[in-house]
Design a protein around this ligand. Structure first.
Ligand SMILES: [Zn+2]
Length: 373
């Protein structure tokens, strides 16, 4: 039953750092008997454990009941255009072991996924006494909130209809969740900055994507395309560059790392160090200004508290400065006077975001109730 079930109780326990039985009785309003029955079910399922005493409160110290997260891990497969970042994390997204490997996201999906899954298997094998609870796959394309499937993606033409979750799920019999990489990144940034809302995060590297987190919730949009800001048309000049989506004048056609390299005659590849190649170039300054002008429109719509600029290009000081100047020039003062525009400092925000999604799914009250008799 909603509101009193074991799954609901676990959600409450997970929200804190340890609860005495007395605290749980007060917080839930359950009868002693009902609470102890629910707890018993969670103990038997191995979902909670009893930790040391809560400290001296007079008389016998009370034991703390905690969520049994020890040894439980998430595998994150974070696929960018030319790089796969594979990580084994704890349930908060803290990376325990990780590695990067080159890939070409335009390549055949089974080959790309097999390579990152092999890397993931090697990382998992290096752990001891761990239980894999789920796999999170971040992808540079739109992921439908209704189906959890990848929608047609500009940079992933061969992936249309490919059963990504089933392919990964054949390796590990656990839930496999997909999410757009920039949105996973935004969720991770929001976790690093609790209480900051709304938070707009931008991932700026080979591509340009964004994610919006408001009151802890990630905005996915009607069809999973929320945050796909790279294909906003920013110029209708006759000589505006052609975008990979087939149209002309998109923000990405002017400003993405991919477009900037192509304009130099360089074919973007896994060995790119985008930041090293572009850091002090006038093209990057101009590109950041265009990005900033586009973000000013989003600022008017959502009035964010913070914009976090991430990705290998986004976190460069020159990009942060140019974006901030353009946003402040184009949006009203009342929208920008208290607005923070900062570089990402998180180690791997998409991993934190994917771990949060996987954990939220696996330990959702309904999922736990289905496990616990
Ligand atoms: Zn486009």
């Amino acid at each position: 039953m909603a509101g009193t079930s074991p799954g609901w109780l676990l959600q409450l326990i997970r929200s804190g750092d340890g609860w005495t039985r007395r605290q749980l009785l007060a917080e839930t309003g359950l009868s002693r008997m009902t609470l102890f029955e629910r707890l018993d079910a969670l103990f038997r399922a191995g979902l909670v454990y009893e930790a040391g005493p809560a400290g001296p409160t007079g008389g016998r110290p009370a034991a703390l009941i905690r969520f049994a997260d020890r040894g439980r891990v998430v595998l994150v497969l974070d696929l960018d255009h030319h790089t796969g970042r594979v990580a084994v994390t704890d349930l908060t997204g803290h990376s325990l072991r990780e590695r990067e490997l080159p890939l070409d996201i335009a390549g055949p999906p089974d080959a790309v996924l097999a390579a990152v899954c092999d890397a993931g298997a090697a990382l998992l094998a290096a752990g001891a006494d761990e239980t894999l609870v789920g796999v999170g796959v971040a992808l540079p394309g739109p992921v439908s909130p209704a189906t959890g499937l990848l929608r047609p993606a500009t940079v992933m033409p061969g992936w249309d209809g490919f059963p990504i979750a089933a392919f990964v799920g054949a390796r590990w019999p656990v839930p496999v969740l997909l999410e757009n990489d920039a949105r996973a990144h935004a969720l991770g940034e929001a976790a690093e900055r609790p209480g900051t809302t709304p938070l707009l995060a931008v991932k700026y590297a080979h591509g340009i994507g964004a994610g919006l987190v408001m009151d802890g919730a990630l905005l996915r949009g009607f069809d999973g395309a929320a945050g796909d800001i790279g294909h906003i048309r920013v110029s209708d000049d006759a000589d505006a560059p052609v975008c990979r989506c087939g149209r002309t004048g998109c923000l990405a056609a002017f400003a993405s790392g991919y477009a900037l390299l192509r304009r130099r005659g360089v074919t973007p590849s896994s060995s790119d160090d985008l930041a090293a190649r572009l850091a002090s170039s006038p093209e990057l300054t101009a590109a950041a200004r265009r990005l900033g002008r586009t973000l000013a429109g989003l600022v008017a719509l959502v009035n964010p508290q913070t914009i976090v600029l991430g990705g290998t290009l986004g976190r460069l000081p020159v990009v942060v400065d140019e974006v901030a100047a353009a946003v402040r020039a184009d949006a009203l003062d009342r929208l920008t006077s208290d607005l923070e525009i900062v570089p990402s400092t998180a180690h791997h925000p998409a991993a934190v975001g994917m771990a949060a999604l996987v954990t939220g799914h696996v330990y959702a009250p309904g999922a736990v109730d289905a496990l616990v008799p």
